[in-house]
Design a protein around this ligand. Structure first.
Ligand code: B12
Length: 254
């Protein structure tokens, strides 16, 4: 029931957005599938995927994406359309118009879809915005929020390397050295583990890598004040804010 309420509320905004996006998608396509016009093919397929995402139905989203992948179809086009949808869902969460279960389900659905689409995006078209290494700090196994943040960042065009949970400071430092990310993102959900983020920042400094990487943190017990206190460059309240702040950190136009 609740899901239907959500869909009702955002139906108009979504219709406008989907159609604006569809126009762009059609423009991006290089090959025209036989029989139907490019626009009608994309229109129908994308609507079905978007619907599954809006109903937070991972299984249906995956099925629809596989169906939409026709010869000549650029997967980046599908990602572009769905990112808009996910951004909207994130904004709705920020405004308390939807709640945690929906956000988690949408994040999971998007993650599943991205796992299919990302490897298919032609080289040179992937991850144009920057590389982000993400992880939940040591002694903390909460990862739902971090996974949602990761899915949103990826959908917004960042390359995301997720180190998982319970990540020791040494691993964060090693990965910063090895992968040279633009941003290091850390998550903590426990008051007993949030201090670990400060330790990681100190170790990144000691390793002489602090000048090379921006650091963003997040997680329920953290705050802007806490982030500033431990020397992070930014704090993200939620997945949408994580995208916004990451763009700001890399001075990417909004
Ligand atoms: C689900 C959950 C669990 C699951 C975790 C499953 C998983 N795979 O993640 C399980 C059951 C395993 C679990 C275990 C424990 N949990 Co727990 N858990 C929760 C619960 C209910 C929800 C957390 C969650 O997923 N929220 C949903 C996501 C979407 O929100 P979020 O994580 O805050 O993330 C958002 C933002 O914070 C932000 N964000 C998050 N990370 C990042 C990172 C960056 C870079 C940015 C920019 C933004 C960002 O964006 C996200 C999306 O909007 C919370 C209660 C609560 N209301 O938070 C307790 C809670 C966090 N757990 C708690 C506790 C105590 C524990 C345990 C110690 C219980 C125990 N005695 O064993 C263990 C700890 C195990 C460990 N070592 O980590 C306490 C913490 C209390 C405290 N003050 O520290 C809480 C608050 C419950 C409570 N009220 O007591 N937990």
């Amino acid at each position: 029931m609740f899901l239907f309420k959500i869909c009702d509320r955002c139906e108009n905004a979504f219709l406008i957005m989907i159609h604006a996006k569809i126009f762009n998608v059609a423009r991006l396509l290089s090959n025209k599938p036989e029989g139907r016009s490019v626009l009608s093919v994309i229109d129908e397929d994308v609507k079905k995927i978007e619907e599954a995402l809006l109903q937070f139905d991972t299984e249906a989203a995956v099925v629809q994406v596989k169906e939409a992948l026709k010869p000549g179809m650029n997967p980046r086009a599908i990602i572009d359309v769905l990112s808009g949808g996910l951004r909207k869902i994130g904004d709705m969460f920020s405004r308390n118009e939807i709640f945690l279960p929906e956000l988690i389900m949408a994040g999971e659905a998007m993650k599943a879809v991205m796992e299919i689409l990302t490897p298919l995006v032609p080289k040179g078209e992937t991850s144009t915005l920057g590389k982000i290494v993400l992880g939940t700090v040591q002694n903390d196994i909460h990862d739902l929020g971090k996974r949602i943040v990761g899915a949103f960042l990826q959908a917004n065009g960042f390359e995301v390397v997720d180190l998982g949970v319970d990540v020791p400071a040494e691993i964060f430092v090693g990965k910063v050295r090895e992968l040279k990310p633009d941003i290091l993102g850390m998550s903590a959900l426990l008051t007993t583990t949030m201090g670990e983020m400060g330790k990681v920042i100190e170790k990144v400094k000691e390793a002489g890598l602090r000048g090379n990487v921006k650091i963003i943190i997040g997680g329920a017990p953290t705050s802007e004040t806490f982030a500033t206190g431990i020397g992070a460059d930014a704090w993200g309240a939620d997945a949408s804010d994580a995208c916004l702040k990451s763009r700001k950190l890399l001075k990417i136009e909004m």
